[in-house]
Design a protein around this ligand. Structure first.
Ligand SMILES: NC(=O)c1ccc[n+]([C@@H]2O[C@H](COP(=O)([O-])OP(=O)(O)OC[C@H]3O[C@@H](n4cnc5c(N)ncnc54)[C@H](O)[C@@H]3O)[C@@H](O)[C@H]2O)c1
Length: 254
């Protein structure tokens, strides 16, 4: 099947990490619907939201551990082999939540969060930039979190620190690669209904959403639509931003 000739990402090749997860799956589905071809990269071949059978002809799976540069090289090579070009869009959703407050967290907790969430983002950017430079343009979209990028969160010490870190790596990329035609933006979601939030809710969610200006949990598509805007040429003057999508959670005191 050939790529769609129309859509907001017509003709583009994207790499979506964490592509078998809640947000990554929604992103890669929406991108294909908008004309992109997508390398879906994840450490898991199947999750409760996606499996190899759910992939479309314009998606190809790459087994990727974000901590391993060789695994990034394979994902980029697969893009060249299957789609004839390196990705000029990266949506980096792969990440882990590590639960624990400051007194109970261990060095190991911090190392795990930093290895996957911060060093993973560092490897992501080092891996995609050469192909984007070759193409003369690129858009990097990194999933951070309102936790860390905007606020601390009691009970999520290592996770918050790592999410502050991956947002900083992304903003630095915006500064260092802007003159190569490469934009880099961070998305900072509030609570989104995915396996991560279901398994890892650090707080009792029963009354969590009620006081928010938009009192509901986020859906993966709420985030995917923002990723689409940031990935597409519609955001051609947008770089170095932290795009908050949280139903007003961090707007102020409520
Ligand atoms: N769900 C939320 O409430 C929420 C809120 C704020 C930010 N985020 C961020 O959004 C991103 C996506 O999260 P999600 O909610 O879809 O979670 P998810 O757990 O559904 O998806 C995360 C995916 O990352 C993959 N992954 C984990 N470690 C990996 C590794 N070493 N290499 C490659 N892939 C790996 C997992 O296999 C999984 O498919 C994460 O970075 C997360 O921190 C989520």
């Amino acid at each position: 099947m050939t790529a769609m000739q129309h859509g907001r990402l017509a003709g583009k090749v994207a790499l979506v990490t964490g592509g078998m997860g809640g947000i990554g799956h929604a992103v890669s589905r929406l991108f294909v619907a908008e004309g992109a071809r997508v390398v879906v990269a994840d450490i898991q071949k199947s999750t409760e939201v996606a499996s190899l059978e759910t992939l479309d002809a314009n998606q190809v799976f790459s087994e990727l551990d974000v901590r391993r540069p060789d695994s990034w090289a394979s994902a980029i090579q697969l893009s060249r082999d299957r789609f004839g070009a390196p990705p000029t869009i990266l949506v980096h959703c792969a990440g882990v939540m590590v639960i624990g407050d400051l007194m109970s967290s261990t060095e190991e907790d911090f190392r795990k969060a930093f290895d996957i969430n911060v060093l993973g983002t560092f490897h992501a950017i080092q891996s995609v930039v050469p192909g984007m430079r070759e193409a003369g343009s690129g858009s990097i979209v990194v999933l951070s979190s309102a936790t860390g990028a905007l606020t601390g969160t009691a009970g999520l010490a290592a996770y918050a620190a790592s999410k502050a870190g991956n947002a900083a790596v992304t903003t630095t990329a915006a500064l260092e690669f802007g003159h190569d035609g490469i934009r880099a933006n961070t998305i900072a979601p509030g609570g989104v209904d995915t396996p991560m939030s279901r398994a890892g809710a650090a707080v009792d969610l029963t009354n969590f959403f009620a006081p928010m200006p938009i009192p509901r949990i986020g859906e993966p598509d709420d985030i995917a639509r923002a990723a689409l805007y940031l990935a597409s040429d519609e955001s051609s003057w947008v770089t170095g931003t932290v795009f908050t999508i949280d139903g007003g959670l961090t707007a102020g005191i409520h």
